[in-house]
Design a protein around this ligand. Structure first.
Ligand SMILES: [Zn+2]
Length: 150
């Protein structure tokens, strides 16, 4: 999770996008590491999780990532939750929550991953990493940033 959080901070400092990072792990090895690049790529769908899924799928040459897990610095938004569903990733570890992102000023849809899971009858495992002291660190740095863009 520390790596996903570091990636979130890196992307924000480079001005490529919001403070969000994600990694995809297969057999204990990182196969994709990505951050939000909405600003850099001028692509509103370039969220960290989507970017990580694209990288992992390209690397494995398949869309089915059912043997992988995703670690994301923030609870997936409904779009990313859906992308994770379509990629068949069975386990999501997340640090900050959608309400933390909202508090930092992001225009979040207020639909939690738990709600997406229950409404969509998804079998995905959602694991909130509570022991993470730096869960909201990227957001805390972002709100103090000069010239920040959402
Ligand atoms: Zn998202």
């Amino acid at each position: 999770m520390d790596i996903a959080i570091k990636e979130a901070t890196k992307g924000m400092r480079k001005g490529e996008g919001g403070p969000f990072g994600a990694i995809i792990v297969k057999n204990g090895k990182i196969i994709a590491c990505a951050h939000n690049t909405v600003l850099k790529s001028k692509d509103p769908t370039a969220h960290a999780e989507v970017n990580a899924i694209r990288k992992a799928s390209k690397k494995l040459k398949r869309f089915d990532l059912s043997d992988c897990e995703i670690y994301t610095s923030c609870e997936p938004c409904p779009m990313c939750f859906s992308a994770i569903h379509w990629a068949r990733i069975p386990k999501i570890y997340y640090a900050a929550t959608i309400s933390d992102a909202k508090k930092a000023g992001f225009n979040e849809l207020e639909i939690s991953s738990e709600k997406m899971k229950s409404e969509g009858k998804s079998k995905v495992q959602l694991i909130k990493v509570n022991s993470c002291s730096s869960c909201t660190a990227p957001f805390n740095e972002f709100v103090k940033k000069n010239g920040k863009r959402y």
